[in-house]
Design a protein around this ligand. Structure first.
Ligand code: NAD
Length: 513
């Protein structure tokens, strides 16, 4: 098989491959059981990783706690400079890290590079923000008093991330948390542990060069049980968790039991509404990329197309034609559009969803299926499928993390389409394709989309780091990345200072002694 430069990339990132012994994470404390990382690209075992035991975890938290005492006293703009140095290193290692993301997770090399670019972008954003952690000043009702609010760091931020954005989601959290003065403990997905080790190595290099404790960034490895060490630990004031709704419901309850804060970024069931005034060419590009990009494994992937009956057949034909041109294969080969699913369990879920939609009365316009033979030995490659369905089918209400697109028909005005689009438990990303101002404004209005992201003449997939990212309802309500998302990583304090010789009480209360 062609190596596509993987060995060299691992070497550049300081990740030991299977021939060099066992990779460690967790700030060198790792004595737990062995986790094996297989590539969905070719099915090969890439490396073995030691997971974090309960005892290791205690040492990690002690390291983080000690590091916080130094880090929190460093002025925020100086912390920003550390983040700038980190982004310089990411620029240097962009190709190697992009390649590892592609090989370990299965997304295309271009998307792997895009993910590293997102890391660089959020760092740039954080560097500027490090001089803008503003609070407000208010007028006190008491004479000779000054009142203001300020933001202080929280302490340790626990990050639990999903396999599908194995490096970017961590950086959305860390870049902001670091400039805010927090230290981070990260548990990457057990399906992509090597991406975690690579990122930790890059961060550790920057901290060492600046004589800062490595504990500002900590890594722990393992499955949900290692995640539970953090969700149940009251020394961690904020848990930022990205993953399935199932996971989010458990994590939210665990963290709430100890009255901690959680920031949840969970599943989506994203739709594009296609109205009679849509530009069909743009619709096809947006819908096809949204449905098959990253093999349908983005939280913002397009799962439902809600098409007006008057243009239904035109849109269907155009999309089916586009699907016929898709090339499926090794994601490191830039000629391919669609790579593998993460593992064979995901393939089974894809097959079950296709069987279910037919069972519920749907019709497969593009049948899908699992690919076998040369180049597909990992058993993780599937054909993107399209099904005509009804909005209330159980399977359509559910997020299947695979390239399956449901075509739904609406009649009457755009309000009917909006009702279908909102008629699911998830609320992440949504879009409308229309050149009609009234339809577009209605979609964005209070009567419109109930999602955290609502786009006009853009698909549902992907986002820029400048905006706050996240979704409503069972998507979890959290916001990360741009705008004022930084505030969740800090605690707010209201301060009142009396510079007189009197002590007047608020609300005119008298208390004479
Ligand atoms: P998953 O829920 O299986 O796992 C996510 C992470 O949670 C993993 O690190 C896992 O080990 C951990 N985890 C699971 N149960 C836990 C528990 N009880 N306590 C602590 N940690 C626990 O998700 P996945 O298959 O890796 O990722 C796919 C899902 O993530 C999809 O639903 C997708 O939509 C969602 N996602 C959402 C966003 C977003 O920003 N909204 C971004 C990426 C992915």
């Amino acid at each position: 098989t062609v190596d596509f430069g993987i060995k060299q990339a691992l070497h550049q990132l300081g990740v030991k491959d299977i021939n060099d012994g066992t990779s460690t994470g967790s700030n060198h404390f790792s004595s737990g059981k062995i986790l094996e990382s297989y590539s969905p690209v070719d099915g090969h075992l890439i490396a073995k990783v030691k997971t974090t035991s309960k005892e290791d975890y205690q040492k990690v938290i002690e390291t983080a706690t000690t590091a916080f005492k130094t880090w929190r006293t460093m002025p925020a703009p100086q912390r920003g400079d550390i983040v700038r140095q980190f982004s310089d290193k990411l620029r240097e290692k962009k190709e190697a890290l992009g390649k590892l993301v592609s090989y370990e997770m299965g997304k295309s090399y271009q998307e792997g590079l895009g993910e590293v670019q997102e890391m660089i972008d959020i760092c740039d954003f954080a560097v500027g923000l490090s001089r803008q952690l503003h609070g407000l000043t208010m007028h006190s009702e008491r004479p000779g008093h000054r009142m203001y609010e300020q933001y202080h760091p929280l302490g340790i931020v626990g990050i639990i991330s999903a396999f599908n954005f194995p490096v970017a989601v961590w950086s959305w959290n860390t870049a902001l948390a670091w400039i805010c003065g927090d230290v981070c403990v990260w548990k990457p997905s057990e399906k992509t542990p090597l991406c975690g080790i690579a990122c930790q190595n890059i961060a550790a290099e920057v901290f060492a060069k600046n004589n800062l404790p490595e504990g500002i960034s900590c890594l722990i490895n393992g499955d949900y049980q290692v995640g539970e060490f953090m969700t149940q630990d009251s020394r961690i004031p904020l848990i930022s968790a990205t993953g399935s709704i199932r996971m989010g419901k458990i994590v939210a309850q665990e963290v709430a039991k100890r009255l901690g804060k959680s920031l949840l970024e969970l599943g989506g069931n994203n739709a594009i509404i296609v109205t009679p005034d849509a530009d069909i060419k743009m619709t096809v590009i947006g819908a096809v990329f949204g449905a098959v990009g990253t093999a349908g494994q983005r939280c913002t992937s397009t799962r439902r197309l809600i098409i007006h009956e008057s243009i239904y057949d035109t849109v269907k034909t155009a999309i089916v034609d586009a699907y016929k041109q898709l090339r499926i294969g090794n994601p490191l080969d830039e000629n391919n559009h669609v790579g593998p699913l993460i593992d064979t369990d995901a393939v089974k879920m894809y097959q079950n969803a296709l069987a279910k939609v037919v069972e519920e009365g749907g019709h497969l316009v593009i049948e899908g299926g699992v690919l076998t033979g040369e180049g597909y030995e990992s058993g993780c490659y599937v054909k993107p499928a399209i099904a005509e369905a009804k909005p209330d089918f159980e399977i359509v209400q559910h997020e299947t993390f695979a390239p399956i697109l449901y075509l739904l028909k609406y009649s009457g005005d755009v309000g009917n389409a909006i009702a279908i689009q909102n008629g699911v438990v998830q609320g992440l990303s949504s879009a409308i394709m229309t050149n009609n101002l009234r339809e577009a404004e209605q979609f964005l209005s209070v009567n419109g989309s109930d999602c955290g992201i609502a786009n006009v003449n853009i698909g549902t997939s992907g986002a820029e780091i400048g905006g706050a990212f996240g979704g409503e309802k069972e998507t979890g309500g959290g916001r990360e990345s741009g705008s004022d998302a930084w505030k969740v990583y800090m605690r707010r304090q209201t301060n009142t200072i009396n510079y007189t010789t009197e002590l007047p009480l608020a609300q005119g209360i008298k208390f004479d002694l």
